[in-house]
Design a protein around this ligand. Structure first.
Ligand code: GLN
Length: 293
């Protein structure tokens, strides 16, 4: 930590005072440590290793400012500007959804369907900060990944993440769902689309009121985007090709029915690490009729 302009407040004292300052539903201890680490430009463990260290005026001011914003409910990830996903440190902004741990199950199921060595083309629809696209690109450097998003602001963040991670095998296109890949076909399409019902009270809770509603909510039953993605998939998948979708906790049965109705086979539901039905994978078979191999 810089030694200039110390104020007479130590890391330990700043943390103790701030802890009592955050509302009960927040994880005050952990959160204040993350925020002070961010303000002081050090990791949480470095911070805790030197509790007697005196903060500079600037560090203390930044801390007070982000603490006040946190008290007003702003997500930690937007205050620090980053969130880890698939062990990748990713930049996030209010233009992007904050990556969730349950989405790692979607990446896991995707990788199972991407054999090492095959130079496949993958499309990540609604890529946001690029979390899914970058996680896949990092694990499969022989594959070419395209991340698509309607929001230019989100894509700016995704590009920045790509640059920081120095991944060459990802490209970005702007448009709604398949709009920007009109005549292209992929070996696999993956998406964590918006899937919350527009009237769901969940949208008013936790971090969600601060996140882009476009990335969260999708029609009366939350399934508008999923229906659109399934409908367009056959024109953008090679045969055989995989489609993998994240969905809400109570949507798996309906998503499976939609995929079967759209002539997908090998339709399979998967749970996230919390045991909640969260992902569906499905294959568009080689044969346009039925292929039961
Ligand atoms: N999983 C998120 C939530 O319910 C929603 C993200 C999404 O719609 N893809 O908090």
């Amino acid at each position: 930590m810089p030694e200039t302009d110390p104020v007479e407040i130590s890391v330990a004292a700043a943390l103790a005072a701030a802890r009592d300052d955050l509302p009960g539903h927040m994880q005050a201890g952990r959160e204040t440590e993350i925020l002070l680490g961010h303000a002081a430009g050090v990791s949480r463990s470095q911070l805790l290793a030197y509790p007697e260290h005196l903060l500079t005026i600037e560090q203390f001011d930044v801390f007070q400012n982000i603490l006040r914003r946190r008290r007003n409910g702003e997500p930690i990830a937007y205050l620090t500007g980053c969130r880890e996903f698939w062990s990748l440190p990713l930049k996030v902004s209010p233009a992007t959804l904050i990556p969730r741990p349950e989405t790692e199950s979607l990446v896991e199921q995707t990788l199972i369907r991407l054999p090492c060595g095959d130079p496949l083309e993958i499309l990540d629809l609604g890529t946001g900060c690029g979390a899914i696209a970058l996680a896949i690109a990092g694990e499969r450097d022989h594959c070419q990944v395209t991340g698509s998003d309607v929001s230019e602001d989100a894509l700016r963040v995704a590009r920045e993440n790509q640059d920081r991670l120095a991944l060459q095998n990802v490209g970005w296109v702007q448009g709604s769902w398949y709009e920007a890949v009109a005549d292209r076909k992929f070996d696999l399409i993956v998406s964590n689309p918006p899937y919350v019902a527009t009237g769901d009270p969940h949208l008013g809770q936790g971090d969600l009121p601060h996140e882009p509603v476009l990335a969260l909510a999708s029609g009366e039953d939350g399934l508008d985007a999923i229906r659109e993605i399934i409908e367009g998939a056959a024109s953008h998948l090679k045969r055989p090709g995989w489609l993998l979708l994240e969905h809400g906790f109570d949507q798996q049965k309906t998503v499976i029915e939609l995929l079967i109705a759209a002539s997908f086979d090998k339709v399979c539901g998967h749970q996230d690490l919390a045991g909640i039905p969260r992902v569906v994978s499905a294959r568009l078979s080689t044969n346009r009729d039925t292929d039961n191999d």
